[in-house]
Write a protein that binds this ligand. Structure first.
Ligand code: IPM
Ligand code: MN
Length: 355
């Protein structure tokens, strides 16, 4: 049988990006060996360093090549030497928006009680799937500044939602809810204050008729933050706007053990999609072998599932779960384990499980 080969663009990026991506790639290669698929990895240098040297952020030619690949693995983008947002918007933003990666899927799953900052909460309390809209909202609107730099300044950037963008993300969330045992979906918005978001409320109500098996709930985003702390177990799948999804998934990341483990998939189902940690570039930790690569490794798990390598995805997920639940990974705090040490531990645990 011809071996299946997946073409993957790798953008390690800034700060700790290169270190955590190196470990993610180590795990990906180990999975390819173990499960018998091929990898065609194309590594791109795009980062703040590269921009400082060449003035290139993400050249069109490279962007066109990436479009034809199967997946993208991204480390992290962001560096204080570049103007705020320039690199983030030019690399992460461009990939999300120009490739129309309309789903940002962010699982929040606690594997062991000792990683949760909430007293008395364990794995059965924290198992959510946040479906964040990824192509609309204030993120993609032009910032406007009138009378800039004066006391008469007016700055604005609209929260704008389309029927098409809203319908597809809510439908996607209903479909994900259908696949989970609880079949429960919560809409998170702020339609009481931002009336434009009543588009979410209306489409959610209409689609709930199409998915009668899914039990639905609604929370305003402020109450959702409260609920995620007070009773996280009441949330199964949640769907929300781009900006609110950004905010609540940092909160959610803490519930599952922090930025060291939170992963995300930016999907355009059926097309090239992007996998990355939820965390940023953490420049202070760069080059010190102290950043936790598990978030990137978990993103690799999501990528493997997306590429149809479910057995490999299960193996990586199983290895990580074993290390976390048996206490071999003692803590997720920065510096508790080395970056490379964790990468090695995951690969070893995969080999042990296979034997
Ligand atoms: C994220 C990040 C990005 C976002 C930044 C880097 C633009 O915080 O992926 O959550 O706001 O979406
Ligand atoms: Mn964020």
């Amino acid at each position: 049988m011809q071996m299946k080969t997946h073409s993957i663009a790798v953008i390690a990026g800034d700060g700790i990006g290169p270190e955590v991506v190196a470990e993610g790639l180590g795990v990906l290669r180990a999975a390819a060996d173990q499960f018998g698929f091929g990898l065609d990895l194309v590594e791109y240098p795009f980062s703040t360093n590269h921009w400082l040297k060449t003035e290139d952020i993400f050249p069109d030619e490279a962007f066109e090549t990436v479009k034809g690949m199967d997946a993208i693995l991204l480390g992290a983008i962001g560096d204080p030497r570049a103007p705020i947002g320039l690199m983030e918007r030019g690399i992460i933003g461009r990939l999300r928006w120009d490739l129309d990666l309309w789903v940002n899927l962010r699982p929040i799953k606690l594997l062991d009680e000792r990683f949760c900052p909430l007293k008395g909460k364990g794995p059965s309390d924290v198992d959510m799937l946040v479906v964040r809209e990824n192509t609309e909202d204030a993120y993609v609107q032009k910032p406007e500044f009138e009378n800039e730099g004066t006391e008469q300044e007016v700055a604005s950037q609209a929260m704008r939602y389309t029927y098409k963008g809203t319908e597809r993300i809510i439908r996607y969330a209903f479909e994900r809810a259908m696949e989970r045992p609880r079949k429960h979906l919560t809409l998170i918005d702020k339609a009481n204050a931002v009336r434009a978001q009543s588009l979410y409320t209306r489409i959610f109500a209409a689609l709930s008729e199409e998915f009668p098996e899914v039990e639905t709930a609604h929370l305003y985003v402020d109450a959702a933050c409260m609920r995620m702390i007070e009773n996280p177990g009441s949330i199964d799948v949640a769907v929300t706007t781009n900006l609110f999804g950004d905010i609540i998934t940092d909160l959610g990341a803490m519930l599952q053990g922090g930025m060291g483990v939170a992963a995300s998939a930016n999907l355009r189902p059926g097309s090239v999609s992007l996998f990355e940690a939820v965390h940023g570039s953490f420049p202070e930790a760069a080059g010190k072998d102290i950043a936790n690569p598990l978030a990137t490794i978990n993103a690799v798990t999501m990528m493997l599932g997306y590429l149809g390598e479910q057995a490999a995805a299960d193996a990586v997920e199983g290895a990580v779960a074993e290390l976390l639940t048996t206490g071999r990974i003692r803590s997720l705090a920065v510096g508790e384990h080395g970056t490379q040490e964790i990468g090695r531990m995951v690969i070893e645990a995969m080999a042990v499980q296979a034997s």
